[in-house]
Design a protein around this ligand. Structure first.
Ligand SMILES: NC(=O)c1ccc[n+]([C@@H]2O[C@H](COP(=O)([O-])OP(=O)(O)OC[C@H]3O[C@@H](n4cnc5c(N)ncnc54)[C@H](O)[C@@H]3O)[C@@H](O)[C@H]2O)c1
Length: 381
């Protein structure tokens, strides 16, 4: 069964008008901006015309390091958007708390947006961004590159085939034993930059993997838990014990989420824990079950195959789904965005789905704060 991503698994078959160049700006020139720039540089029909970072000199340095000296340099997203009159698109590569303001500014300037994950920090912010998106009529896609993995897509294909029957239970797995992301400082772990911790950072991927497989049912209630026993412990860090003081978000999170259609999402994610993995991800249906091996859900790589469990002729049977070839998911995510900009197509990872992802993250944080289950209310856009 084909799905909307299949055409990106063989990029050679797509005909593109390469003479039409898409003018792109990069907002935020930190760690992930490198992945954006190096992929755009492989596309003959993309020109990186502008870079912005609020840290003085950072964008210039980045331009030199990655061979984009021709790009104009700005000191903020607003400066870039106000000055560049001919811009088609931006990649927003800022830390999480700046996702919403930068996306709103870009959409208000009539610019298409590739917004890094997580969508935003809070549900309210995400709603504001969606309102700006609606008003602008521009493309806004969220940067979940695992969606481009054929193995990830197979999860949805199996559910859609009816092989599992009615799905009633989703269990998130994976997580890191020792992986608080501090490669270039504290932007993931401080409240005023990261906003949320593991639950927003890699939890967003884990939620997306399962939710997109079952068609993104609306979340109804959530009972959430968050903790920060590792990030706040100076002994956790081999070289920067001072990060313990800067740590203001969660490093572990768990939740029980009720979804429309009588489906339960049993969720856990971790940047740090005394365990190698929180287990495999599971999808249980009335006719079959699917085991998704504990995997790097944030990059889409699978090292072990999916397993389907079914009863056939009264016998408990199980079979493995052969692993499908990998590709450069990051390239494909940006390629699909540029193609949408050129053709006026829809977002590959639309906000209409990811608003539910954000609602779950927001619900987990709020429920954890008050220590009880809460109802999830999603305002109209
Ligand atoms: N898709 C992926 O695989 C992946 C991987 C890593 C990070 N990310 C996401 O990318 C985002 C950035 O992560 P990072 O590790 O690059 O962070 P980072 O802290 O290294 O870089 C963010 C940069 O944005 C700049 N910035 C902030 N506000 C700005 C503004 N208004 N205008 C211009 N520049 C601004 C900061 O000064 C900083 O240089 C995060 O939201 C993260 O979740 C995605």
């Amino acid at each position: 069964m084909a799905n909307e991503f299949d055409r990106y698994n063989d990029t050679e078959t797509i005909e593109r008008d390469m003479s039409k160049k898409v003018k792109v700006g990069i907002i935020g020139t930190g760690w992930i901006a490198e992945a954006h720039v190096t992929r755009y540089q492989k596309m003959q029909d993309v020109e990186i015309v502008a870079l912005a970072d609020i840290v003085p000199g950072k964008a210039e340095k980045f331009a030199k390091a990655f061979g984009v000296e021709g790009a104009r340099i700005y000191n903020s997203d607003i400066e870039l958007l106000d000055s560049e009159k001919d811009l088609d698109a931006v990649s927003i590569c800022t830390y999480n708390v700046q996702h919403a303001p930068c996306a709103i500014h870009a959409l208000e300037h009539g610019v298409n947006v590739m917004l890094e994950k997580p969508f935003t920090v809070t549900l309210d912010e995400a709603i504001e961004v969606m309102r700006a998106e609606k008003k602008s009529g521009k493309i806004l896609t969220i940067g979940f590159q695992p969606r481009m993995s054929q193995n990830m897509q197979m999860i949805k294909k199996i559910v859609d085939s009816g092989e599992l029957g009615k799905v009633y239970y989703l269990q998130a797995g994976g997580g890191r034993r020792h992986g608080i992301p501090t490669p270039y400082g504290t932007s993931f772990i401080a409240k005023d930059t990261g906003g949320v911790g593991a639950v927003g950072d890699i939890g967003a991927y884990s939620i997306d993997m399962l939710m997109q497989a079952v068609g993104y049912p609306k979340p109804l209630t959530v009972s959430g838990y968050t903790s920060a026993y590792f990030g706040t412990d100076p002994n956790y860090y081999s070289s920067h014990p001072e990060y313990a003081k800067a740590f203001e978000v969660d490093d572990f999170s768990a939740a029980f989420v009720r979804l429309e259609g009588d489906i339960i999402l049993d969720f856990r994610i971790s940047w740090a824990m005394n365990m190698d993995t929180a287990g495999d991800a599971l999808i249980l249906g009335t006719k079959g079950g699917l085991r998704i091996p504990s995997t790097e859900c944030w990059n889409g790589e699978f090292t072990r195959p999916l397993t389907v469990y079914r009863d056939i002729c009264g016998q408990n049977m199980q079979y493995e789904v052969p692993l499908l070839p990998s590709c450069d998911f990051f390239y494909e995510k940006l390629r699909s965005f540029i193609d949408a900009v050129k053709t006026g197509g829809g977002a590959t990872v639309p906000t209409s789905q990811i608003i539910y992802n954000q609602a779950i993250i927001d619900g987990i944080v709020k429920s954890a704060e008050i220590g009880r289950e809460i109802e999830i209310t999603i305002p109209e856009v």
